[in-house]
Ligand binder design. Structure first.
Ligand code: IFM
Length: 465
């Protein structure tokens, strides 16, 4: 038995349902590089990352993990790890360089080659249409604040499904619309870097409308496994004071329920509607929109990293809130250990979240589409990457998920974030989330201890199910 098998034994007594999908996830702008290749147009992330002062060290996704050119090597790594699935995103500006109109066949061909490589290696592709890289041309006409962008997204979905629908079974519309809308338009930490509550509320609704319209296009093309990925952060009040409890309610409303409830139940939560209206940033809902947004789903993608404790108070200078009307709410620093992102480690909250979703979205299968942690990894003199903190995080979260499954949460899959170290948006390359280390100077890949441990867990699952 290897060291990694021994560590995987930490899950002893836990089994996962037969057919459970174990994979890893990435996103286009975070790994591909080759931003000028084969007719790709610029995205809002090219613009943002090239704007001085926006990202850590001025880092951009220009080269990233060079996956655009190295994808066969990366797919071989996935197969070696024993992954049954790979979640990736398609870059809209590779397919439609101007966001609409002319289709760039070379962009589609790249994803067809990637998908064929995956299928050839027995790795099931899980495709996400939008992981934050809006074509810059659409931003010029308002981006997600413009209702028309939702229709353009549906057109793009139709183009991609026409090209890849014969070989990709699992489709997701959006990744984490909360981040696109609120980090992109309220706190300005993400592209397009706006700090405008009215724009943020408009982006929320148009992203969700785009999801619903794209879901329709995918269904029309015969897609039978369709989801949306939302990022959930459980919000805990720092005290039982009325003000702190209300602060947690408000942030929970915008972080979690504002996206879940329309997508699953076709309604915005009444308290969130009231909060946004009171803040002068109403959701621009038109007749019939919520029916479109509530397009039937086959699964809900769940991204979970940490829980957050909040209280009312004065925010630290230079830390704009991500929430509309959240200027009086402070996010507390978590107890150690914290990841290099500054996030806490709370597997129990993961179990609770999955059980909460079991009750909030009854009958809807859940797929954990992201879960992972960033630590300061280094390749040692023997060429190994020992990342005990990530091994611990991984095993404790798998255990927490198994606990939720035993208690009735219908979880069908788990994708580790991330396959590779990659471009962590505004935090640049300083944050390493990969199961596989990337040396950005040489692009050399090294499987970390966590990658070996995950492979051992997957081996055991195959042997016991
Ligand atoms: O890297 C991101 C990913 O793009 C979206 N979900 C969270 C990850 C870690 O921050």
């Amino acid at each position: 038995m290897t060291t990694f098998d021994v560590r995987a034994d930490a899950l002893d007594g836990r089994t996962f349902p037969p057919g459970f999908v174990f994979g890893a996830a990435t996103a286009a702008y975070q790994i591909e590089g080759s931003v000028d290749a084969d007719g790709r147009g610029p995205s809002i992330w090219d613009t943002f990352s090239h704007t001085p002062g926006r990202t850590f060290g001025g880092h951009t996704g220009d080269v990233a993990a060079d996956h655009y050119r190295r994808f066969p090597e990366d797919v071989a790594l996935m197969a070696d790890l024993g992954l049954s699935a790979y979640r990736f995103s398609v870059a809209w500006p590779r397919v439609l360089p101007q966001g609409a109109g002319r289709v760039e066949q070379r962009g589609l061909d790249f994803y067809r080659r990637l998908v064929d490589e995956l299928l050839g290696r027995g790795v099931e592709p899980w495709l996400t249409l939008y992981h934050w890289d809006l074509p810059q041309a659409l931003q010029e006409s308002g981006g997600w604040t413009d209702r028309d962008t939702a229709a353009r997204f549906a057109d793009y979905a139709g183009v991609v499904v026409a090209a890849l629908g014969d070989r990709v079974r699992h489709w997701s519309t959006l990744n984490e619309p909360m981040c696109s809308a609120l980090l992109g338009h309220r706190s300005g930490q993400h592209a397009p870097g706006q700090q405008d509550p009215v724009a943020a509320a408009r982006a929320v609704h148009h992203l969700l409308l785009g999801h619903g319209l794209a879901a329709g296009a995918l269904r029309d093309a015969g897609v039978e496994s369709l989801g949306i990925t939302l990022n959930f952060t459980p919000m805990t009040p720092a005290s039982d004071s009325v003000a702190d409890v209300d602060a947690a309610r408000r942030l929970d409303g915008q972080q979690n329920r504002m996206f879940l409830e329309p997508a699953v139940h076709g309604r915005y939560p009444a308290d969130v509607v009231a909060d946004l209206t009171a803040a002068g940033a109403p959701l621009p809902v038109q007749d019939g929109d919520l029916d479109v947004i509530a397009a039937p789903l086959d699964w809900l993608g769940v991204n979970y990293y940490f829980e957050q404790t909040v209280r009312v108070g004065t925010r630290p200078p230079g830390r704009p809130t991500s929430f509309i009307g959240g200027e009086d709410v402070v996010e507390l620093d978590p107890e150690p250990p914290t990841t290099t992102m500054g996030w806490g480690v709370s597997p129990e909250a993961f179990t609770d979240l999955l059980l909460w979703l079991r009750d909030r979205a009854p009958g809807l299968p859940l797929v954990v589409t992201e879960n992972g942690s960033a630590w300061a990894d280094e390749v040692d003199a023997e060429g190994a990457v020992h990342d005990p903190e990530r091994v611990d995080y991984l095993l404790r979260h798998l255990d927490a998920m198994a606990e939720a499954i035993e208690r009735g949460a219908d979880v069908r899959g788990y994708f580790a974030w991330s396959l590779l170290d990659n471009y962590e948006w505004a935090r640049g390359y300083a944050q390493r989330f990969g199961l596989v280390h990337v040396d950005y100077a040489t692009q050399r890949r090294t499987v970390k201890d966590s990658g070996h441990t995950y492979a051992a867990v997957l081996r055991r699952h195959r042997e016991t199910s």
